[in-house]
Design a binder for this molecule. Sequence first.
Ligand code: PEP
Ligand code: MG
Length: 539
Amino acid sequence: MRKKGIAASKGYAIGHVVIKEDSEVKIVETIIADIEAEKGRLKEAVINSKEQLEKIKEKAEKDLGAEKAAVFESHMMLLEDPEFTGAVEMNIESSKINAEKALMDVVSMYMGIFASMEDEYMRERAADVKDVGNRILANLTGNIGAGLDNLNENTIIVAHDLTPSDTAQLDKNKVIGFLTNIGGRTSHSAIMARTLEIPAVVGLKDITKCIKNGDLVILDGEEGIAIINPDETLISEYKQKKEVYEKEKEELKKLINIETVTKSGKRIEVCGNIGKAEDIHQVLENGGDGVGLFRTEFLYMDREEMPTEEEQFESYKYVAEKSNPKPIVIRTLDIGGDKKLPYLPLPEEMNPFLGYRAIRLCLDKKDIFKIQLRALLRASAYGNIKIMFPMISSLEEFLAAKEVLSECMEELKEEGKEFNKDLEVGMMVEIPAAAICADELAKYVDFFSIGTNDLIQYTLAADRMNEKVSYLYKPNHPAVLRLIKMTIDAAHKEGKWCGMCGEVAGDESMIPILVEYGLDEFSMSATSILKAKQIIMNN
Ligand code: PEP
Ligand code: MG
């Protein structure tokens, strides 16, 4: 069977399916005759859970550091807590019910207790109990393929959707691609896939229903196709395509240390987009001229509390030093929309993409904003950092953000801390209003960076995450092209530079148009840089 979706990340993969289950398993209560045997099943599931957690913890310590791995330590402590497992055993004994039901009763009780506590930290422990409960349950039911750990090599993940943090945790040694029901080319899971260099097809609508765990599947990240249980001829055809693709990738490496100059002699900066500090290596290895977009919100994800000023400072300083003297444009927190933080509950909104997000949230929660700005400023003493504000819709908003930045500069001066007082401060143009008023804004900014992912969705009123309207989401729509051109011209008129960090910057069919419009800087997934350089040099 062949399914067509949206090509989200290039390349080919041939592997076996693991379906990521989102739905909760339904537990049926059964009366048990052999209570000892049931307690034995529970004991075994707990031992297996412990072994799995031990491995996850080791990996997390290696990949993410001891602090982030600490959460698994507390999961293990819960598994070892005799009050917890003892309560499940007692429930099996007294109610004579199966271990699954006895376990989930106790988990619900514990979750209820934690959830009703005053203290926020304790309230969050409810999620840990649920996680541990689900792990034991998975071991009891044998449904251990449900998570994203414990995978075999050559796995292709199939899911309704993957959150950005799911994607960030994928083990590249095991996972060779993913397929999802929903999402578009610019949903954050797709962007993460390109960063990880994992081929992906999204927006496949009902792929989770058409496929079983263990099925063989071909993933074609060029055409956006998934072929389920292909025959031998197709397999060898795709093995060949994969080989040709990889050879071409090798060829492009010759461009790594070559300056990108257009046919008319204009020098263009081709930079990379990153989500975490270590991604800088991939950008530099791919011949990037710097970073055009550091999406700092990923520093805030996958954790239980806000990153401190010190932690952020370390990350920004790391990138600044590694890329110095090449520039890095660091975007301030752009949370909201499809990016959420577990410890910062945001109101449920009818239209999250039109709601309380990015600069709107930061200007409202200045304490959070200032922590980041102070960290950024301090890191600017170590390399070529430029600051960029997201989702600016008016001059007032840009000036308000700059005002907070000035406050931070004053504070640091008083504290005798170093920073680059001349650092460039720019904004993203990703709201049509900003593009339309770019002539005015250009007088106040040091640079623009066009965020086409949002600009297109707002201009064409087509949700970037919704595959049902993806046919409307057209980068080459005349309205989008005019806004892009207006923004570039407005910047140049004021002697400022204009970049682009939305996905259009790496879109092979759009690059020639952008060169013609006079775009100065292109920023994209590291893996697209070399191909983009080649195209720019031919235009
Ligand atoms: C954009 O909107 O184009 C952009 C680069 O920002 P993000 O994809 O993070 O919303
Ligand atoms: Mg955006």
